[in-house]
Design a protein around this ligand. Structure first.
Ligand code: PGA
Length: 257
């Protein structure tokens, strides 16, 4: 099966939740529950900027990586309140979530800005997790495939194959995020396959086969098994269910298939 050619990634997206003072307990609990997860997947926690140092120190040399949830598209300069890719890399963050629907909807990030962020992240050695996904209206109109294809192509504009190796794509239907409404495994699989085809059209079949595509949107310890069993779903981007170490550990465990 093609899954052997790509990495399984289970990434938590804490959004604007939890505190630096609680990270040590979270990390200790998680590492006790999934002592060897690196043998079947890469576990990642994407935490608020201010928690990154505490998370890095709490996870130490363990197999759990730490990432950010956003960054500036600019390299440096007069951008009050922003955080650069270089600063994240300097701290030791490995991943950065880019183009999350909350960034697109609440903070007005356009496909153009997201593409610039992907380019900047790659230039500074970060591994982007690029999010795409349709709204409920777009799904009802029947333009999910076109929309996610467009978002993937826009985000990857002028990214060459060598750089693309560091990119992970997360399919996150907006209507499923934080709502408890998960896409059916079949629907999630179908759209992830569309995304893989787009990657193939941009970078060739080998690269498409080697690209990790995650599903996100109300993934939890109950539905993870079935979602992760789909042939084109290589992991999850998990919001609410990543806030507690035990449910996150259960999802990481579900990836052992
Ligand atoms: P959720 O969030 O798991 O709470 O739906 C997922 C995400 O927004 O990345």
């Amino acid at each position: 099966m093609d899954k052997q050619y790509r990495k399984t990634i289970i990434a938590g997206n804490w959004k604007m939740n939890l505190l630096a003072s609680g990270v040590k307990d979270y990390a200790d609990d998680l590492l006790t529950m999934i002592p060897n997860s690196s043998s079947w997947c890469e576990a990642v926690v994407c935490v608020p900027f201010v928690i990154i140092p505490a998370a890095l120190s709490a996870f130490g040399n363990s197999h759990v990586s730490v990432g950010a949830q956003n960054m500036s598209q600019h390299e440096s300069g007069a951008f009050t309140g922003e955080v650069s890719a270089l600063q994240l890399n300097d701290l030791g963050a490995k991943y950065v979530i880019l183009g999350h629907s909350e960034r697109r909807e609440v903070f007005g990030e356009t496909d153009d800005i997201i593409n610039k962020k992907v380019q900047t992240a790659l230039q500074q050695g970060l591994s982007p997790i690029v999010c795409v996904g349709e709204s409920l209206l777009q799904r009802e109109i029947g333009i999910t495939d076109e929309l996610v294809s467009y978002q993937v192509k826009s985000a990857l504009y002028e990214i060459d194959a060598k750089d693309f190796e560091k990119v992970t794509i997360a399919y996150e239907p907006i209507w499923a995020i934080g709502t408890g409404m998960t896409a059916t495994p079949e629907d999630a699989q179908k759209t992830c396959a569309v995304i893989r085809n787009v990657v193939g059209s941009l970078y060739g079949a080998d690269m498409a086969r080697a690209t990790s595509i995650l599903y996100g949107g109300s993934m939890n310890d109950k539905n993870a098994n079935e979602l992760l069993a789909q042939v084109d779903i290589d992991g999850g981007l998990i919001g609410g269910a990543s806030l507690k170490a035990d449910t996150f550990a259960a999802i990481i465990d579900a990836a052992k298939q």
